[in-house]
Design a protein around this ligand. Structure first.
Ligand code: SAM
Length: 256
């Protein structure tokens, strides 16, 4: 008999046990012939639905889980329906995680979720990102101008595609239960994150998110130039960083 796996906090192990949510993730998957990458297959609850519909490559850091998965999915591994890589996905991930086009579908480990999404936004072979993350993180990626939590993550996302929240998920759907609400985030990419200088400007723009954009940008750029640029874009000198649209940020970047 298989001994029961004890969840490891250090690897962000909160296993999704609610079939309704698992089905919602599968329903939200893009209609494509691309491969699916799953990061952190865990006990394989999402994996078993994924291998039914797509060819899957999975990355799992926990060697105990890797053994368990190799056993549970031995038929799928033998027929190449599932390729399992054991190790830290971030160490494997250079420019591209695979050498072919793919969609990322995963219930991510929350301690590295933002980093993984940012890497996937930059990866030219990744087309869609469908991931369960902490609700607060999902809202930041899906935020639009004017919303309180609109910042660099929302602007970077809108610069490369479109984001939406598929469903909000309560802690009870997981075992063990996380302390926070979760949400499934969907990002459909039409371009790749690549402009480091633009992102550096965003960092300056949001240094103090509640202060004016003028004050933040003036810490790095000449104040008169910033004022001139705001005027040209018909933006008020008192405007706050979260009130400016992605398209205006790109214009500001060009001018400054
Ligand atoms: N997919 C499973 C589910 O839905 O129940 C498990 C999700 S659990 C939130 C996150 C998974 O990511 C765990 O299996 C954990 O071991 C794995 N993980 C954590 N850090 C990782 C890393 N750096 N590389 C690959 N997998 C990782």
């Amino acid at each position: 008999m298989q001994k029961e796996h004890v969840a490891k906090k250090k690897f962000g192990q909160n296993f999704l046990k609610d079939d309704t949510v698992l089905h919602k993730i599968i329903e939200a998957m893009p209609n494509s012939d691309r491969k699916v990458v799953e990061i952190g297959p865990g006990l394989g609850d999402l994996t078993k639905f994924l291998v039914d519909v797509k060819s899957v490559t999975a990355f799992e850091v926990d060697t105990d889980l890797c053994k368990l998965l190799s056993d549970k999915f031995k038929d799928e591994i033998a027929t190449n329906a599932l390729t399992l890589h054991c190790g830290d996905v971030l160490e494997t991930w250079k420019t591209s995680l695979l050498d072919e086009d793919y969609d990322l579908v995963a219930n991510l480990p929350y301690y590295i979720a933002t980093n993984i999404i940012l890497k996937a936004l930059a990866d030219p072979l990744c087309h869609t990102i469908l991931v369960m993350v902490q609700r607060e993180v999902a809202l930041k990626f899906a935020a639009t101008a004017g919303e309180k939590n609109f910042g660099s993550l929302g602007i970077i996302t809108q610069s490369v595609g479109e984001a939406s929240i598929v469903v909000t998920v309560a802690p009870e759907a997981f075992e063990p239960m996380p302390k926070v609400d979760s949400a499934v985030l969907l990002i459909s990419k039409t371009a790749n994150r690549s402009d480091e200088a633009f992102e550096a400007m965003l960092k300056v723009a949001f240094t103090q998110p509640r202060k004016t954009l003028l004050k933040n940008l003036s810490s790095h750029y000449d104040k008169a130039e910033v004022l001139k640029a705001l005027l040209k874009l018909e933006l008020s000198a008192n405007i706050r960083p979260h009130q400016v649209t992605t398209s205006d940020y790109h214009q500001l970047y060009k001018i400054l």
